[in-house]
Design a protein around this ligand. Structure first.
Ligand code: APR
Ligand code: PHB
Length: 394
């Protein structure tokens, strides 16, 4: 079988939010690119992920001409609640930061990105199999893959690995160059989606002696709730009744009393981990999004970090395409990692503050209580949380 060879400026591996947004941002600067995605379009669009967009993420989407639906259908939230000890403390983003976040599911962002890609007839190959990277330490890198039973070779100036935690890109960085940092948390999140009105207009993050709980939503008829669970649990261990009982127990009475329950339409368990790979560039390979870093969902930073990475990358690749300058590409890893580590710190801090750890002793528990009490009494403490939650500057 003969191999089909094509050329492009930027080969993007992975058509999740990072890869498809990068493709869009490059297209707007006239930089030709091709996206290779292992899954089908329907599969990518069926993944349920977090739903909080930072202020800067919304600004990015709007500036890229992708703002129509997020602005008309997203919900602007001016604060969140922290619940503990039977009470609730509101962190007022508008007052503390003059900024807000927008509730808009990652699935919707992905829809908007694929719609935009269709409109501009962008090149994306779905169900690309056996994607492999070649020559990233030289000037003429390439990606080979199989699609529709045919072998393909895509030659490019740059390869961007947007292929998530399990993708092949990170693995081509030699072991003596790649450094990884990891923290695995000893619990998971059991999440459900239910066609019920959300219990609260704003998100509630609850610390309870039985474990963490989160009340979130997608719209006024669709709620998203989570409870901390054991990593040994399977979704089938949790009947809807068991889930609702546990959630109610972990919320302050005045919230639990208002909870509207109903059948779950999705139920899954996600493990929690922090992970960072350094550097985010090796030769002609650049990494972005989950391919380079993972955060636990507490604080909803995953999608937002993918967006800031590709904003930096689009600028740097645009500059290279315009005048051959590698200044932005040379500093990409440093610039991106600086922001990544701040979000990793914040997600770790919120996770540590809000969960029950199996080996937690009385001392650890008192520290959590002291920190929550500080957040209640100190505007400065709340301002720090708010500044990180609405998102650090891109
Ligand atoms: N070949 C081609 N594509 C691949 C391969 C491969 N071998 N392996 C993985 N992919 C694709 C996946 O199918 C997926 O669509 O790469 C894409 C990676 O997308 P995401 O995992 O969504 O990662 P990213 O685009 O970086 O977005 C980060 O997603 O996981 C959440 O919490 C995370 O919200 C954050 C966001
Ligand atoms: C969600 O709505 O799925 C969600 C919201 C906030 C988080 C995590 C997940 O911190």
């Amino acid at each position: 079988m003969t191999e089909q060879t094509q050329r492009t400026r930027v080969a993007i591996i992975g058509g999740g939010p990072a890869g498809s947004l990068l493709s869009h941002l490059l297209h707007r600067q006239g930089v030709e690119n091709v996206v290779l995605e292992r899954r089908s379009r329907a599969y990518v669009l069926s993944r349920i992920r977090a739903g909080v967009l930072e202020h800067g993420s919304v600004e990015t989407l709007v500036a890229a001409g992708l703002g129509e639906r997020v602005q008309s259908e997203g919900y602007v939230h001016d604060g969140v609640f922290l619940a503990f000890g039977g009470r609730r403390v509101r962190v007022d983003f508008a007052d503390l930061t003059s900024r807000s976040v927008t509730i808009y599911g990652q699935t919707e962002v992905q829809h908007d990105l694929y719609d935009a890609l269709d409109e501009r007839a962008g090149r994306i190959v779905f169900e690309a199999e056996d994607v492999a990277l070649h020559g990233v330490d030289g000037d003429r890198p390439a990606v080979t893959y199989t699609a529709d039973g045919q072998d393909h070779r895509l030659e490019a100036e740059w390869i961007v690995g947007c292929d998530g935690y399990h993708g092949p890109s990170r693995g081509v960085i030699p072991g003596d160059v790649l450094r990884t940092y990891e923290r695995v948390y000893p619990f998971g999140w059991l999440g459900i989606l239910s066609e019920t009105p959300p219990v609260s207009e704003e998100l509630i993050y609850a610390n309870h002696e039985r474990g963490f709980a989160l009340c979130s939503m997608r719209n006024e008829h669709l709620s998203r709730y989570y409870v901390q669970c054991s990593l040994e649990d399977a979704p089938d261990d949790w009947s809807d009744d068991r889930f609702w009982d546990e959630l109610t127990t972990r919320l302050p009475d005045e919230v639990g009393d208002q909870l509207v329950t109903g059948p779950s339409i999705e139920k899954s368990i996600a493990p929690l981990r922090s992970f960072v790979a350094e550097p985010m560039r090796y030769g002609r390979l650049l990494l972005a999004g989950d391919a380079a870093h993972i955060v636990p969902p507490t604080g909803a930073k995953g999608l937002n970090l993918a967006i800031s990475d590709v904003v930096y990358l689009a600028r740097a690749l645009g500059e290279f395409a315009a005048n051959g300058s590698t200044t932005g590409l040379d500093s990409y890893s440093r610039t991106a990692l600086d922001r990544v580590w701040k979000a990793v710190r914040f997600s770790w801090w919120m996770t540590t503050l809000m969960h029950r750890f199996p080996d937690q002793d009385g001392f650890d528990r008192r520290l959590q209580q002291a920190e929550l009490s500080l957040l209640e009494s100190s505007r400065e403490a709340r301002a720090s949380l708010a500044t990180n939650y609405v998102g650090l500057p891109i």
